[in-house]
Design a binder for this molecule. Sequence first.
Ligand SMILES: O=C(O)CCC(=O)C(=O)O
Length: 247
Amino acid sequence: METPHNTPTAAVALKLAPPSLIIQPEEMTVSPAFVSISAGHLGLFHYEENYTNAELLKDIEQEKMKEYRFRGKLMKRAPKREYFVPGEIPPTYKWGQQTTNYPGGEEFSGKPMPLWMVSLKDKINSDFNVKVNHAIIIKYTDGMLHHAPPHQDKIPDGTDFFVLSFGTPRKFQLIKSKILQTNKRKKDGSYKVKKEPGDIFWEEYLSSGSLLRVTSKANKEYFHAVPKEKNWQGPPRYSLIFRTISI
Ligand SMILES: O=C(O)CCC(=O)C(=O)O
C-alpha cells in the first residue's frame, strides 16, 4: 500500500492546531504561499492527528457491524452500526437505510453507546462546543468492496460532523462541486441544473486516533468520499462518526 499519509502537505499545519484555535491569516508567521492555501481551509474543516488514544481500536473491535438493506438490497458500501446516547430517545438519522431500520421499526439495530464512546462524545462536545448525540461505526476491510461514494450528509442545518479513525489509514476526500446544466427545463423556460462532484479539494489518509471535523459549511460546499482503492490492504479501518441529529 502506498503511504501518502506520511507525505507532508500544506494541510499538515492544520493537524497541529488545537481544536479551539481560530487562526486569522494575518496572525500566521508562515510563508505567504502557505497562508493562501491554509486560509482557504479556515473555518471549513479541521484535521488533527492523535486526537484520541488509538488503543480504543480494541474497544471498537468488540462492536459488531451489520450490512444494512436499502430497498431490499444490501447497501454496497461498508457494514456499520448506529449508536444513541444511553437513557435518551434514539434520534432518527435517515442515511439511506429502510424505514424498518429507523428507531421504532422492527429491524432497528441501534445500540446505546458504550462508556468509552460516551466519553469521546463528551470530549468532542466540550472541545468544539457542540452537541453531538448520534454515532455510526463503519468497518472497512476491503479497498474495493468497502467505500463511500462522493456525497453530502443530510444533517441538520448548522451542524458539523466528526470522523474519528482507527486502524489502517484510508483516504478521505473533500471534493469540489460543479454545477452542470441538464437538458430539462423549468417552468420559466430556463434549464435545470444539477450539482456533481468535480476536482479534489483536499485528501488525506486519516491516521489511527485522528479526528476530522467537517463543518456544516464544508458539507454544503463540498462532497466527501472514501474512494475505492485497489491496492489498499492491511487490518481493518474503522470510522466512528459523530453527528447532531434532532429527535
Ligand atoms: O468512513 C468515513 O470516513 C466516511 C464515511 C461517510 O462519509 C459516510 O458513510 O457518510
